[in-house]
Design a binder for this molecule. Structure first.
Ligand SMILES: [Ca+2]
Length: 359
């Protein structure tokens, strides 16, 4: 969560990159990497002995963590090339909405979602009552992230965070901070930093929380005294709901509506990049875009006051261009994963589930 869609790995999108790197690796070796160069590479990936690694150990020791433990775990961390390859090309940046949608809005994910909902009905109701977040949104998030816990990721989190924190300059600071949080989390929540597994970006458990989010927003929703997003469905459900509440989900506010646009609409109104600015529904109307009304029987519709803040979004769908007006709650979904494609997939999956769920 937060940065990437881990669910994609199971659909072969990112594994394409993995396969290629595995195929290329032997060629590179045969292609003349000398033995000394390889030895140097091995040394370079000894994160515990690097300057940045030592700084991290010192920082955590100063907070009172066991320096020996941090050093020992860090010494086992391995640089993973496929992770560096995958992070450079997340699906959100290479797919159109039409292609992205097909991955998530499909019969299997909908049917499994209905089963998950039925099996956890009481928990989901309790989360909805307590946090004000609808069950279908919670189910859709867990469905998009891990296919309801089926695909929680197989990378050692310490490998993922060390690889990205020490060897991926564009976001090294972010991932090194997440690595530090992993060790704090070990102390607080009983997560084993040496063995816990997750996505290639270090996200953990059914809802794919990165370590800072785990520490800040995960809750013990089954009351056993531990916060366990890996094996406790209850904790996963409560934590997703708490995350949304903390990011100011507004109970009852629709997420998005399709828009009708005029030929002479303001060309600057719709962007392919999502941003929530100062636009209101009334302004959007004046500039040539109207949200479809539910009174006309449209599926993605709303009837909201003119001063409602919205963001206009143009997407390349399977059937051509789609125009959308999205609310504050769409923005809240992007706090879970910054991609507007992700937020749209969560919203549509939640709608498919809610429409099919028997009372
Ligand atoms: Ca628990």
């Amino acid at each position: 969560m937060g940065i990437l869609s881990k669910g994609l790995a199971s659909k072969g999108l990112t594994s394409k990159g993995f396969t290629r790197s595995l195929l290329l690796a032997p060629l590179l070796v045969l292609g003349g990497l000398s033995a000394p160069a390889m030895a140097e590479d091995a040394k370079a990936s000894n994160y515990a002995n690097s300057a940045a690694g030592k700084a991290l150990i010192r920082e955590l020791a100063d907070e009172g963590l066991d320096a020996e433990r941090v050093r020992d775990v860090l010494a086992t961390a391995e640089r993973q090339e496929p992770i560096l390859e995958a992070i450079a090309r997340p699906a959100e940046r290479v797919l159109t909405w039409g292609d992205y949608r097909k991955i998530f809005i499909r019969d299997t994910r909908i049917e499994q979602g209905l089963t998950f909902w039925q099996e956890n009905r009481a928990l989901l109701q309790r989360a909805e009552d307590k946090f004000g977040v609808p069950a279908e949104i919670i189910v859709a998030i867990i469905g998009v992230e891990t296919s309801y816990g089926r695909n929680k990721g197989n990378w050692r989190v310490v490998d993922a965070l060390a690889t990205l924190g020490f060897d991926y300059p564009p976001r090294a600071d972010f991932f090194r901070r997440e690595l530090a949080h992993l060790f704090r989390l070990e102390q607080e929540a009983g997560i084993d930093a040496a063995t816990v597994r997750g996505s290639y970006a270090g996200a953990m458990g059914m809802p794919q929380f990165i370590s800072s989010s785990y520490r800040a927003y995960a809750v013990d929703f089954d009351g056993d005294g531990k916060i366990d997003l890996i094996d406790s469905v209850a904790d996963a459900i409560g934590s997703v709901a708490n995350y949304f509440k903390a990011h100011r989900w507004q109970t009852g506010l629709p997420v998005a509506a399709r828009a009708r646009v005029t030929e002479d609409r303001d060309a600057t109104l719709f962007g392919t990049e999502y941003r929530l600015g100062e636009l209101t529904l009334e302004h959007a109307n004046q500039r040539g875009a109207t949200a479809l009304s539910c009174a006309d029987g449209h599926r993605y519709c709303f009837d909201l006051p003119g001063d409602t803040r919205v963001a206009a979004l143009e997407l390349e769908g399977e059937q051509g261009q789609e125009f959308w007006l999205t609310t504050h709650n769409f923005y809240v979904i992007t706090r879970y994963n910054h991609s507007h494609l992700y937020a749209m997939a969560v919203m549509q999956l939640s709608r498919e589930l809610a429409d099919r769920m028997p009372d």
